[in-house]
Design a protein around this ligand. Structure first.
Ligand code: SF4
Ligand code: SF4
Length: 93
């Protein structure tokens, strides 16, 4: 039996996102995008949402070409998100 561990959103600089409260408070984010790898869970609402603590994880990632992607999951362990919801840990090697 394999153990699945999701990657932590170590930090996120997108302060406009409703899930950002000293870090990502979403339960699990999705990463996708067409050019830049971006967090598609980004929510531009005048509200604060999510968990009480900043423990967001990467629930799914569509960027199969990233070296950290395995079966649409992120294996990086932790990722850093920039100020435009971009995954700064994205790498195509
Ligand atoms: S990682 Fe995504 S959902 Fe979480 S705070 Fe940043 S932009 Fe929002
Ligand atoms: S590091 Fe790669 S696999 Fe992980 S969330 Fe970012 S783009 Fe997706």
């Amino acid at each position: 039996m394999s153990t699945i561990s999701l990657s932590l959103v170590k930090s996120c600089a997108t302060s406009a996102c409703a899930f950002n409260n000293g870090g990502c408070t979403a339960g699990a984010i999705n990463v996708g995008g067409t050019d830049t790898a971006t967090c598609t869970t980004f929510t531009d609402l005048d509200a604060r949402a999510g968990l009480a603590s900043a423990n967001g994880q990467v629930g799914a990632c569509k960027r199969l070409e990233c070296v950290h992607n395995s079966d649409l999951l992120c294996t990086a362990g932790e990722i850093v998100v920039g100020d435009s919801a971009d995954c700064l840990s994205y790498s195509v090697g």
